[in-house]
Write a protein that binds this ligand. Structure first.
Ligand code: SF4
Length: 416
């Protein structure tokens, strides 16, 4: 009997994050070019970078999918044929699309490319998935508003691959189809430019008292009435893998490199755990608490399993603020495995600091910095952000290029 195997699909907001995600075990990555994707504020990729990304990924047996999922107007389409041809020539493994017009153009211009239907297309039932199957799509990403039972119904009805978001930010709007940002800030979420006004702090103003604001909540920080918690389905992976879900997708192209590597590392370890348990014939697979403990070390708005069990309510919202605090911050990235190791600093590092190297699996290696040196060999009393330096420690660590080093949060530290 062939056991189901599930792909781990990770966000890549930049070339650096792509390399980090691959280092920590992504099977596939998705990224956006400078146009036509839904994350205009992410660094995104020039065509030359997409070519480099594909070469880097394919050399490591990792697939690269490119988002072309804006809600396109006619004026958006003129530049599309050249772009599609360039993506095809770059060797990307598939395109992520929501607009039927773009779907049609892709089939005409680059018919050999795989087409994945984006969550923005709101696939909420089997007939919708079958529609896209009949049209020639090779994969559907289901709407985030589906319960697990509904996901299974769709999976059982179709032959194409089924992908599900399992972790990351949620929109209070239906599958991200939202005009709030456009109306309040002029930035269109459906063109990838969302200003996230659902996370803003709102207050009440009486019309005859301009400038006098009334807090809606007693804590005087205003009210975060639209601020949904983040999605986290790590504990539901056994059910999803057993049901044959083909790909689990992580959100977060706009997030920092610490998140990009950290979240991939956890889901890689979780998927490996589930696959191994299934291969061993374990009937009831339960993830040990270490997985959730690690997730809590990454910043979040609190976690929700969203519609997985059927419905959502006020417990799935975070009304008290835009974000919960983050216990850990990134300290550095390993740039060159040498003796001593070369790191690129993200937050200030000084001799005597206690840091943690995020190794493979869920291995965390705590170590003390004995010394930092400039690349010219000068001993430094501190290494500042963006500097590349030699790091000396007496700890026995097997470093890996693109590995991350973090520290317990200190006041004033910045998440990059
Ligand atoms: S404003 Fe909020 S709900 Fe609307 S698209 Fe942006 S993130 Fe989603």
């Amino acid at each position: 009997m062939v056991l189901p195997s599930c792909e781990l699909l990770a966000p890549a907001g930049s070339l650096e994050k792509l390399k980090t995600a691959i280092h920590y075990g992504a099977d596939a990555v998705y990224l956006g070019g400078k146009q036509f994707g839904l994350r205009a504020k992410a660094a995104n990729f020039e065509l030359a970078e997409i070519r480099e990304a594909v070469l880097f990924a394919h050399a490591r047996n990792v697939r690269v999918f490119v988002t072309v999922n804006i809600m396109a107007h006619n004026r958006d389409l003129d530049a599309l044929p050249d772009y599609l041809t360039s993506l095809d020539a770059a060797g990307v493994d598939g395109l992520i699309i929501s607009d039927p017009g773009i779907f049609r153009m892709v089939q005409k211009i680059v018919p050999e490319l795989n087409i994945h239907i984006s969550t923005q297309a709101n696939i909420t039932n089997s007939e919708a998935a079958l529609f896209w199957q009949d049209m020639g799509a090779t994969r559907v990403n289901l709407a985030r508003e589906l319960s697990f039972a509904e996901m299974c119904e769709v999976k059982d009805a179709v032959a194409l691959k089924v992908e599900v978001f399992v972790h990351g930010a949620l929109c209070i709007s239906y599958s991200g189809r939202c005009m709030l940002s456009h109306y309040l800030t002029g930035r269109d979420a459906n063109k990838g430019a969302c200003a996230h006004p659902c996370r803003y702090k709102y207050r009440l103003e009486e019309e005859k008292r301009p400038g006098e604001y009334f807090p809606v909540e007693e804590d005087e920080r205003g009210v975060y009435i639209f601020n949904s918690k983040d999605l986290c389905l790590v504990n539901r992976l056994p059910e999803m893998v057993k049901a044959g879900i083909d790909s689990i997708k992580l959100e977060g192209r706009m997030k920092g490199i610490y998140y990009a590597g950290g979240i991939v590392r956890i889901y890689r370890a979780a998927l490996d755990f589930v696959h191994a348990q299934m291969a061993a014939g374990v009937a009831e697979i339960i993830l040990p608490p270490e997985f959730m403990d690690e997730i809590m070390k990454l910043g979040s708005r609190g976690y929700s399993e969203n519609f997985f069990d059927g419905s959502v309510g006020s417990a799935d919202m975070l009304y008290t603020g835009p974000r919960v605090t983050q216990e850990y911050v990134p300290a550095a990235i390993v740039r060159k495995v040498a003796d001593p190791v070369v790191i690129e600093v993200r937050n200030v590092i000084r001799p005597g600091d206690q840091l943690e190297y995020m190794g493979p699996g869920l291995e965390n290696i705590v170590f003390t910095v004995d010394e930092v040196q400039s690349l010219e060999g000068n001993v430094l009393h501190q290494a500042n952000p963006n500097m590349q330096v030699f790091l000396k420690t007496s700890a026995d660590i097997t470093w890996h290029e693109h590995g991350l080093i973090r520290r317990v949060q200190v006041s004033g530290a910045v998440n990059k």
